[in-house]
Each structure stands twice: as C-alpha cells, then as structure tokens.
Write a protein that binds this ligand. Structure first.
Ligand SMILES: NC(=O)c1ccc[n+]([C@@H]2O[C@H](COP(=O)([O-])OP(=O)(O)OC[C@H]3O[C@@H](n4cnc5c(N)ncnc54)[C@H](O)[C@@H]3O)[C@@H](O)[C@H]2O)c1
Length: 329
C-alpha cells in the first residue's frame, strides 16, 4: 500500500514507518520537526520525508491524493506543552486533524487517528472501556486541553464517518521504547533515563503510587497496523495497551535496578514541577478486550524486558557522545 504517516518523524511515527516498510508498503511522512528518529530509513527507495505541517492544507491535499491510507499521528504531545502552550496543542491537534480529514474525504481515503487514554480524563472507574465516560476538570485548567483536543479530533472523525469516510481511532496507553523522547524531556521514562545516566536521584512526583500501563512500542505498532488494514475495524475505537499496572515508584526502582542499583529516588511535590495547572491521574488502565479480540493483538511484552531494551538504546546514543565530550572531541 501507499501510506502517509503524519508526524512520522516522532516516536510512534518512526516505529510505524519502519514496520510499514518492513511489510513492503511505500511510506510518506509529513514532519516539520527533526528527522533523527527516521535517519535509518532515509535513502530507502520506499520512504519519503516531506518537511511540512498538517497546518498546510495544500501539501496534505497533494499527499493524500497519492496514498491509500493515512495514519494521523501528528500532534503536540507532552505535559510541558499542555501547561506551557495550550494554543499550539489545540491548533495542531484540532485544526491539523480537520485538514487531514477534509483531504481524506475529498479522495475517499481511510484514516487512522492516533488518540489517547487522556480522553477518559480522571474517570475513577478503571479499567476503561472504549465507550466509557470522559470525566474532566474545568477549562480554566490548561492540563485538560490535550484531552479535549484529542476528543474533538475523535468527534471530527465520527462526523466525517457519518458522511461516509472510513475512519478508525486508536487510543494509546503510555507507549515506550527506543527513540521515545529526548533525554530529560517529555515522558517519565526519558526523564528518569537522563537522571540515571548522570547518576542523579530519580525524581518521583507525589507519593509515586499513581500507576500507568507501560506498553512496549512494537506491541502497540502491531495493533496500530491491524487497526488500519484488518477488515471490520472501520468506525471503531480501540484502546491500545497492556492492562498490567505499574506504579511510578516501581518503575523508578526497576530502572535503577537495571542500571546497577546506584541511583536513588527523590520525592518531589507536584506543584513544584508543574505549578497549579496540572492535575495527575491516579490510575489509567485500558480494557484491552477489543484490541485482543478484534485486532488479534496482545500487548504482553514484560516491562522489565522492554526497559532493558530501551535503556540499552539510550546508552548507545548517549554514552559515545558523553565520552567524546569528555575527550574534548
Ligand atoms: N506515545 C504514547 O504513549 C502516546 C499516548 C497517547 C497518544 N499518543 C498519540 O500518538 C501520536 C504520536 O505520539 P508520539 O508519542 O510519537 O509523540 P511525538 O511527539 O514523538 O510525535 C508527534 C510528532 O508530530 C509532529 N508534529 C507536531 N506538530 C506537527 C504539525 N503541525 N504537522 C506535522 N507533524 C507535527 C512532531 O514533530 C512529532 O514528530 C500523537 O498523536 C499522540 O497524541 C501517543
């Protein structure tokens, strides 16, 4: 197939592009950011990078006219953006999705939207099934803008579906693996990684008893591709993730143990890190039944195994650079 991956230079987009190329597909990525995460694919005869934005309707029109399927992964992601730049989050995640859907509708192309477990907000009833309620805080709290932007994108998908567009929604639950984010930035595993590689204490926010379901990237990518190509997935929503819960404290301790047990844990107050506009969710657990039964995918790679591979990949990236710096090269 000919496939467009928007945000294809990001963490999931890079793994998805790699898996699609392995399947024999021809892949275009639309990515305004860096291409470091796909540098190993550049030069492949079935891979093309377009350095532009989902906010450029003409580019989208031209790209979507040439493909069979769109994986719409472009988004502004990360807590620092929800609280630091809510305008950009809403603009890219809502208006960018609208642009993708408009062009896909014009050419009748299938779209898979990358959505998030954040759409369930702080609904206390876990595990969450795809049709469960969204429970959110006030619009004065910027923290909810990402959840709302993705839920709006989902509504847009269903509005276009009503007009005949084939769409599928995948909601990811804490996917991790090599190429996740930059060290010290973005998500908890890369923040811990930076601290570990420098031998600093790992900063656990609050009491560390909040849990997440950390899902190995290759498992999530298999489910994503199945959502795009399997029959019977049109018009559906799928939670993508493991239902094994791990507390943030356990995550920190496991990462410390894998790295030789030298670092320690330092507990910090949430307000110190994110100010007043952030509210943490105590538990975030998918009901993964539909993913298993309809997509035929099990996200069952053990966290320890995935963390070892992730830590190794970050060490390979980080240590040669650190050694070169130390040697003054
Ligand atoms: N990784 C997860 O655990 C997770 C969880 C929930 C949802 N998601 C969703 O999956 C998708 C991919 O997330 P990720 O983890 O790979 O994050 P990521 O930040 O690595 O990838 C997003 C990519 O989108 C690109 N992008 C930003 N603005 C753009 C624009 N205007 N036009 C085109 N591209 C643009 C970014 O440069 C980045 O490369 C996102 O839609 C995200 O909301 C991911």
């Amino acid at each position: 197939m000919k496939i467009l991956v928007t945000g294809g230079g990001g963490f999931l987009g890079s793994h998805l592009s790699e898996a699609l190329i392995e399947r024999g597909d021809e892949v275009f990525i639309l990515e305004p950011g860096g291409t470091t995460k796909v540098r190993h694919l550049i030069g492949h005869p079935r891979f093309r990078v377009v350095r532009d934005s989902v906010l450029s309707p003409d580019i989208l029109d031209s790209l979507i006219s040439q493909v069979d399927l769109v994986f719409h992964h472009a988004a502004v992601v990360g807590v620092e953006h929800y609280v630091g730049d809510p305008y950009e989050v809403l603009n890219v995640n809502v208006n960018g999705t609208q642009n993708v859907l408009k062009a896909a509708f014009k050419y009748g192309r299938r779209v898979v939207l990358a959505s998030t477990s954040e759409v369930y907000g702080r609904n206390p009833k876990v595990p969450w099934r795809e049709d469960d309620d969204r429970v959110l805080g006030s619009t004065r709290i910027d923290r909810w803008c990402y959840s709302t932007s993705k839920a709006t994108a989902e509504h847009l998908c269903f509005a276009y579906r009503k007009m005949g567009l084939p769409v599928t929604i995948v909601r990811y639950f804490n996917i991790y693996g090599p190429r996740l984010d930059k060290l010290d930035a973005g998500r908890i595993i890369t923040i811990f990684m930076g601290q570990l590689l420098r031998g600093e204490p790992l900063t656990v926010i609050g009491d560390g008893l909040q849990t997440r379901c950390f899902t190995w990237v290759a498992d999530a990518i298999r489910a994503t591709i199945a959502a795009g190509v399997n029959p019977g997935t049109e018009g559906e929503i799928f939670n993508i993730g493991t239902d094994v819960e791990t507390s943030i404290l356990e995550l920190a301790e496991t990462m410390i143990e894998i790295c030789g047990g030298i670092s320690t844990v330092r507990f910090v107050n949430q307000r110190e890190v994110y100010g007043d506009s952030y509210e943490d969710i105590p538990r975030r657990v998918p009901d993964a039944t539909r993913m298993r039964e309809i997509l035929g995918v099990h996200c069952d790679t053990a966290l320890r195994e995935g963390l070892v591979r992730t830590i190794d990949s970050f060490r390979e990236e980080f240590q040669p650079r650190a050694m070169a710096r130390a040697a003054g090269v």
